[in-house]
Design a protein around this ligand. Sequence first.
Ligand SMILES: *[C@@H]1O[C@H](CO)[C@@H](O)[C@H](O)[C@H]1NC(C)=O
Ligand SMILES: *[C@@H]1O[C@H](CO)[C@@H](O)[C@H](O)[C@H]1NC(C)=O
Length: 353
Amino acid sequence: MAKDRYIPGLLVTILVLKLAYYAEARAKVPAVIVFGDSSVDAGNNNVISTVLKSNFRPYGRDFEGGRPTGRFSNGRIPPDFISEAFGLKPAIPAYLDPMYNISDFATGVCFASAGTGYDNATSDVLNVIPFWKELENYKEYQNRMRAYVGKRKANVIFRNTLYLMSLGTNDFLENYYTFPGRRSQFTVNQYQDFLVGLAENFFRELYALGARKFSLTGLPPMGCLPLERATNFMNQFDCVEDYNKVALEFNGKLNSLATKLNKDLPGIKIFSANVYEIFNQIIREPSSFGFEVAGMACCATGTFEMSYMCNEQNPFTCPDATKYVFWDAFHPTEKTNKIISDHLIPQLLATFA
Ligand SMILES: *[C@@H]1O[C@H](CO)[C@@H](O)[C@H](O)[C@H]1NC(C)=O
Ligand SMILES: *[C@@H]1O[C@H](CO)[C@@H](O)[C@H](O)[C@H]1NC(C)=O
C-alpha cells in the first residue's frame, strides 16, 4: 500500500482514464433479447399450432406498413421501444419468423410466445411455446451466433446483451384461476413461490450461459384487464381487486428474487422493471394521459375479444386506438405500450447503457 503514494500523478490519471474507457465499452448494450408472453411476443406464435394468434388485421394496423406481425397490439410493443432507445432496431424480430436470419438476430431477437407462463402447465393450455423451450431456442441461437460472428465476439455480445423478461399473468389468469389442477396443489401464495422458483432457475441457467444484464418485468394490474372486468358483473364491471392484490404480492416476491440474485451471482445485474404503478395510474386516470376509455378495449366489443375473435369482420372496432388504454380484451394499445416504455427507458439507460 505504501508504494502507491509514489506512483506519479500522470500515470494514475492515465490508468483511471483507461479504466473508465473500458468500463464504458463493456457497459454498451449490443443487443436486446426477449423472453416471455404476449406482452412481448413479436410473432413467434405465427408458426406454431395454437389458436392464440394475431397475425391478421386489425392487429398491426398502426405498425409500420399497417402490417400484422403477430404482436398483440395495434402497433409496437415495449421491447421495440426499448431497443430503439438503446440505438438498436425500432422493432425486434421474432426468432421463428422465416423472414429473418441470424444477421437480423445479432442485434436483437424475441423468443417470447403469447399464452405462455413460468409454469409448464400454463403453456399447455393453449399449446404455445413453454418457457423452458424459449431457453432451448436461445441456446440454439447462441450456437448460430458463434458460427456467425466467431466464438470470442459472440461471448462478448451475450454478456453485454440486455435480456428482457416479461411474463406471469397467464400463470394466474389462464391457468391457476381457470383450471382446478394447480389450485388443488397450491394455495395462491404457494403457487407464487413455485413460479418464483422457476424464475430463479431460468436466471441461473441464463447466467451460466453468459448472460449478465436483465430487466425483469412483473405483473400489470391484471384485475383491470377488460376480459377480467367483463366477468366482474357483481361489482359493476370494476377491476377485480383480488387479482390486483395477487399481482402486487407476486411483484414483491420477484423484487426479492432480484435482490437475492444480485447479491449471489457475481457480475449479474437484474433490474426490477415494475410497471404496475404506471399502468395503474393510466387505468385510474386515463384522461391525464390523453385517453378516453380504460374499462373497455378498442377491438370489437372491447369486453372479451382477442386473437381470432378480434378480426376485420367485426364492425365495432374503434377507429382511433389512441383514445383507448387497451387494444383487445387482454393487451394494451401501442400508445399505452409507449407510455410504459418511456417510463422504464431512462432507468434502463441509467442502469445498462
Ligand atoms: C440474411 O438475409 C439477408 C437478406 O435477406 C442476406 O443478405 C444475408 O446474406 C443473410 N445472412 C445470412 C447469414 O444468412
Ligand atoms: C417442464 O418441462 C420440461 C420438459 O419436459 C422439463 O424438463 C421440466 O423439468 C419441467 N419443469 C417443471 C417445473 O416441471
